[in-house]
Design a protein around this ligand. Structure first.
Ligand code: BT5
Length: 308
């Protein structure tokens, strides 16, 4: 949303504000005020106008302008009712030089997981890919995946779900998957060019439309306000991405993996033991029979504790 439109909305939020006063406040012509108001109405904002002036009556339920409105993070939001994969679209935007963009969709027809797996993304979920160009080395990028998991976990707990993070990239409730994260990037050895953090949240979707082992916010706590939920996730993600030292402590607080017996599978090996801690940028420490092993990436299974 352009800056003037943002300011128009802020000004008429507690309205009414008369047209001439608005024009003066924003230092634009009265005709320009009218043009912006019409554009905002087209975007779904309900703006009353009468003799007293303009007043914001309601905002759209969901979509790009709705999520951008009042968002405390520097992202533009590009919304699609349906798209193949928000990560793929965000990568295309990255190749055109864009930054600080969130590609958001109601539904994906070709949602992607890690390692060419697919992600079921029926209408009603939250599918968001955050494109940024951080001053980070590629080696530090896994921290952003953790930051996204913390952000979703916090938002889900605020909504009443008992959400916990499973290393490295899942948010679960009661062992069932609520959210997955797919981080993609391009860069040189010592500097990232762009990063896309793709976040898939089973929000207002029926569990029957999801694979086995998945759950949704609808199932756990009932439907949520997707506009507010998405804003909370983006705001928390943005704050953590700008404060990397805060990520690991927040992650430790919210994870279910630490203290568990785990089996971590990577293409090269399998590590079994007790997950004891996490190190930057996202390395899991596993206490095995042969000492501590460090695992940088992989699929993690929580095992039942050994019975005595
Ligand atoms: C992930 O992969 O969990 C990453 C998922 C990222 C999805 C987001 S949506 C927005 C953005 N655009 C995209 O195209 N992708 C990102 P992974 O850890 O590999 O888990 C994939 C596995 O999770 C699948 O093989 C299924 O077993 C399972 N799965 C598929 N859809 C699911 C869903 N909706 N809920 C829970 N589990 C699901």
């Amino acid at each position: 949303m352009n800056e003037t439109r943002r300011r128009v909305l802020a000004a008429i939020d507690d309205g009414p504000v008369a047209g001439p006063a608005l024009a003066e406040q924003l230092e634009i012509s009265r005709a320009a005020v009218w043009k912006h108001v019409e554009a905002l109405r087209d975007a779904g904002f309900d703006i009353d106008s009468n003799d007293d002036g303009y007043r914001l009556a309601s905002i759209p339920e969901y979509g790009g302008p709705a999520v951008t409105y009042g968002l405390d993070a520097p992202y533009e939001v590009e919304f699609h009712q349906q798209v193949a994969s928000t990560n793929t679209t965000a990568r295309e935007r990255a190749s055109k030089g864009e930054r600080n963009l969130v590609v958001l969709a109601d539904e994906q027809t070709g949602g992607r997981g890690r390692l060419d797996r697919s992600w079921e993304a029926p209408s009603g979920g939250i599918y968001a890919s955050v494109l940024t160009r951080p001053s980070l080395s590629p080696a530090s990028v896994p921290l952003l995946t953790l930051a996204a998991a913390v952000a979703v976990g916090d938002a889900a707990r605020e909504a009443g779900a008992d959400a916990r993070i499973k290393w490295p990239n899942d948010v679960q409730v009661g062992g069932e998957k609520l959210c997955g994260i797919l981080t993609e990037m391009e860069g040189e050895a010592d500097r990232v060019s762009w990063v896309v953090v793709g976040i898939g949240i089973n929000a207002n979707v029926a569990p029957e439309s999801l694979p086995e082992g998945a759950t949704s916010l609808r199932e756990q706590v009932g439907d949520v306000n997707r506009r507010l939920f998405t804003q909370r996730v983006l705001e928390r993600y943005h704050a953590l991405a700008g404060d990397p030292d805060a990520v690991l402590p927040a992650w430790r607080e919210a994870t279910v993996t630490l203290g568990q017996r785990v089996r971590v599978s990577t293409p090269e090996r399998e590590v079994v033991g007790v997950a004891t801690d996490i190190e930057a940028p996202g390395t899991l420490l596993v206490e095995t029979d042969n000492g501590v092993e460090r695992v940088h990436a992989g699929d993690c299974e929580h095992l039942r504790p050994v019975q005595d």
